[in-house]
Design a protein. Structure first.
Length: 140
């Protein structure tokens, strides 16, 4: 997969959708690409987390309390809350196919926010938008 394709995937992730190309390049440089086998658990509900994953290729199921609530595909981001607050994972995510993912650790993410100033405001805007969407789903 090419670097340009990685950047396109990052741009499609809601957390990074407001970022410039230069900021996306910084995120890509701070990430590691991994191949994970089918059946691999990316995160376990209730466990603390220190990294986020962007799915480049493949699919993964999201389980809450043992029930599959969603299936994620290319461009989806998993674990973004954990890199912000290091809190418990809200769901278990398991690869249903082999996966190609970008992994962004909490330390690397913190460095991005510190070193690429404008990115923090854009990430906050993306998170606010997401909270509003969840709020409208819950109360409308």
């Amino acid at each position: 997969m090419t670097r340009s394709t990685h950047l396109d995937h990052l741009a499609s992730v809601s957390l990074f959708s407001n970022c410039s190309r230069k900021e996306l390049e910084a995120v890509e440089r701070a990430s590691d690409q991994l191949t994970l086998p089918q059946g691999k658990v990316l995160c376990e509900q209730g466990a603390s987390g220190r990294e986020a994953f962007v799915i480049l290729e493949g699919t993964a199921d999201v389980e809450r309390n043992g029930i599959v609530v969603a299936t994620l595909t290319s461009g989806a981001c998993v674990g973004e809350l954990a890199i912000l607050d290091h809190g418990p994972r809200t769901a278990t995510v398991r690869a249903t196919t082999d996966l190609e993912v970008l992994v962004l650790g909490a330390r690397e993410f913190a460095s991005l926010v510190d070193d690429v100033g404008p990115i923090a405001h854009k990430l906050l805007k993306s998170l606010a938008t997401r909270i509003r969407e969840l709020d409208s789903q819950t109360y409308d």
